[in-house]
Design a protein around this ligand. Structure first.
Ligand code: ATP
Length: 330
């Protein structure tokens, strides 16, 4: 069943230099049990998009148009209080900065138990047991529950935050680079454990990352963002095997081995477009090795494919472009 649906969502930031359209007419949906990867280089609008879902855009940010349905209810119509009730219980978020949200004056155990009890009728003992289970899940020793945050390393704090986010079996977890503070092996272990837990109760996740190999290991679907738009979406295996958008082809090249050594996404030459200016035509045209005149003049139309879509003027030639892209030096 459809759990979350974004319809034509655009998000603007007001700045002294003018209006930034950070997210432009995005449509996306997530089913129960689906793990969606959201990938793209810095500044393409990933964080803005997910913050709009959870109702935590910064003050100068607004959803300028569109609808965000969660279980058929438009989240944008909820009051702050109604949204607060959904957060954590139904929609839970893990971010890098969440580490700083641990209160330094209380023991971690107290913070988790308190948070569980605030959302659920449960005894202190049972909430504590749940905290122990969660600690085991994220690879922390139960005994460390009674430490204060300053006794934890950055990686341990990150694990504790992940444990808290999972505490109430949320219907969807929105995770923004949740494991980057951890080393690669621990990172994949934790993602695997989160996946298993979600599988048990058909929970969903949106996983935001710069890292294509994390997506390949963790996700069922992937949405590739560029310049405030989703340029390609589909089944992970399909998108990685046969990318249809030249930007995705470039990302794939930037990760020559999806499980081995990796380069940085920056290896696609050029920089993303400035979102302060209105952009005519395809947003990737200035960096695209295959761009033609039409790309500067018209917005590419959506091409639907099985289980996905992409936007490119040269959709008919995609097989040829794929071969050319795989030979390109990045
Ligand atoms: P990163 O991976 O670095 O977190 P991102 O893909 O999540 O990047 P966003 O942080 O959503 O991208 O930023 C999208 C665009 O919106 C960028 O041009 C950014 O400069 C702009 N932006 C983000 N937050 C604000 C803000 N509070 N005020 C003004 N502009 C902002």
């Amino acid at each position: 069943m459809k759990l979350l649906e974004l319809n034509n969502v655009s998000i603007d930031y007001k700045t002294i230099e003018g209006n930034i359209r950070a997210v432009d007419k995005i449509c996306l949906s997530i089913e129960d049990g689906e793990i969606l990867g959201l990938v793209g280089e810095s500044g393409c609008g990933k964080t803005t998009l997910i913050k709009s879902i959870i109702g935590l855009l910064p003050q100068n940010g607004t959803v300028a148009e569109g609808e965000i349905f969660f279980e058929n209810e438009n989240l944008l119509k909820l009051t702050k209080d109604e949204m607060r009730k959904k957060r954590w219980k139904d929609i839970s978020m893990i971010t890098q900065s969440a580490m700083n949200s641990l209160n330094p004056v209380y023991k971690i155990s107290w913070q988790i138990v308190e948070a569980i009890q605030a959302h659920k009728e449960i005894s202190k003992e049972d909430a504590y047991k749940r905290a122990e289970e969660l600690f085991e899940l994220v690879g922390l020793e139960k005994g460390r529950l009674n430490d204060y945050p300053h006794q934890y390393s950055g990686g341990m704090k990150q694990r504790a935050i992940i444990a808290m986010a999972l505490a109430l079996n949320p219907k969807i977890i929105i995770a923004d680079e949740p494991t980057t503070a951890l080393d690669v092996i621990v990172q994949s272990q934790i993602l695997e454990r989160i996946n298993k837990l979600l599988e048990n109760y058909q929970g969903s996740m949106i996983l935001v990352t710069h890292d294509m190999s994390v997506i390949a290991q963790t996700c069922t679907k992937v949405a590739v963002m560029y310049g405030g738009k989703i340029v390609e979406y589909g089944e992970v295996n399909q998108v990685f095997k046969e990318p249809n958008h030249p930007y995705t082809m470039g990302l794939k090249n930037a990760f020559p081995s999806l499980v081995g050594e990796k380069n940085d996404l920056i290896s696609i030459p050029g920089i993303p477009p400035n979102l302060l200016n209105e952009i005519k035509g395809c947003r990737f045209k200035d960096r695209c090795p295959f761009s033609i005149e039409k790309c500067s003049q018209e917005n590419p139309k959506k091409t639907n494919i099985e289980e996905g879509f992409f936007y490119c003027h040269r959709e008919e030639e995609r097989e040829k472009l794929r071969v050319l892209a795989s030979k390109q030096e990045t």
